[in-house]
Write a protein that binds this ligand. Sequence first.
Ligand SMILES: [Zn+2]
Length: 432
Amino acid sequence: MAEHAAQSTHAENTRSNQGGVHAQDDKGQPALDQSAEINASVTATGSGPNAAAYNQAREAHRRDVKRLDDTIAAGLNEHSTSYGEAWPNAAAWLRAGKTKLVALTHTHDAAARAKALGKADKLAMFGFDTAIPADSGYAETDLNDKTNIYCAKPTWGGFRMGGSPSVIAIIQASTYDLNGLKGLIVHEVQHDADHHPGSQMGSYQTEFRAYWIQQAMAHHKATSGSADPNLTTQDGTKLTGFDNRRQQAIFKHLWDCGSYDYVKDLWKDAALRQQLLAQKTPTGTNMVNSPMIDDVFLALNKGQSADAVIAAARKLTVEDLKALGSSQMRGEWEALINKRFSGPTRMRVLGALGMEPGAAGVQWGLIEQIYEQLQSSKANETKLNALIGQLTQADRAILQRAEMKSEWKGLVEKRFEGAARAQMLKALGLDQ
Ligand SMILES: [Zn+2]
């Protein structure tokens, strides 16, 4: 049984608040695959006094597992839902095993079992220890056996729990309408994809992003100035200071539903409240749930070389590159890259991420060699001139960029004096 207490959990109150839950028509019985049974301590068929009810719960679970598995398999190629690339990417994320995905289903004695486990306000669900598509069960007659059990509030639709790997749980997947289920998965994967800090502000920001891309409040305007100055929470707190109605609606939902009470602490703190209000629309490093963008992020954050970062960046799709250049993501990536790289290496990495339009066709290896020579206390004029002679027009255009020009000029002036300095500045085109 996994240890949960110390890990951050983001649970979604989707059942009571978003109206996205409809009874599901089951078209026939799902195929039962007994070979998928991995929980050997649990028999597939009930034998206790409530065997029929237990068997029903097991069947419901098989439907939940199959629903999730089928939805994700189809999702890999679904590029035109309202979630954009965030949906096929979420499916690819889960297929790549970046997160463990589990299906939770109410036990036949959900309320009594939760009570027996000391969680009277929750319901007992099973499937928590078993990644889909494997089937699993639970101790039929022992209400105190926690194997494969998780107790969640009745209103939760799903949650994400940090760890290695992290876990995404979707509750009663078969009871969702298909579009609602996709949105919930998009939401939960975002909690993983954004690598948010564990602070209260980090928790708020990840919910803000996740609800935004889940399109949960998409019927509310996101245009600046559209916030309702008279909107209050259910407990009468006036939600003033917001920019747009969608930003405000997400905050109100977090406040009212009871699963995100830290937003009340943030609101009480004047400085944090200002910070929260200033985030008018979400920004993040991976607002599209892309596993390829995640690989570049991990290479950057694990301190890997520019070459390794660029190798990961070569796997980015056109859609990934488009997302990286968007107003939601570009600033965050520039900040990440600036922390790691400078000079031409920085520009080369930006180029690989499509953020430096002049970078294609540039001889970055050559430029970096010249840069290293200039930085060296033993800058060699003869060697430099030989290297500079190989620069093409595209290379020289890069040196004319403001962020390159002033730094390179400074390096030349530090290393050379008099006629040598003038000659070197001229050779590099830095003399104008
Ligand atoms: Zn969430």
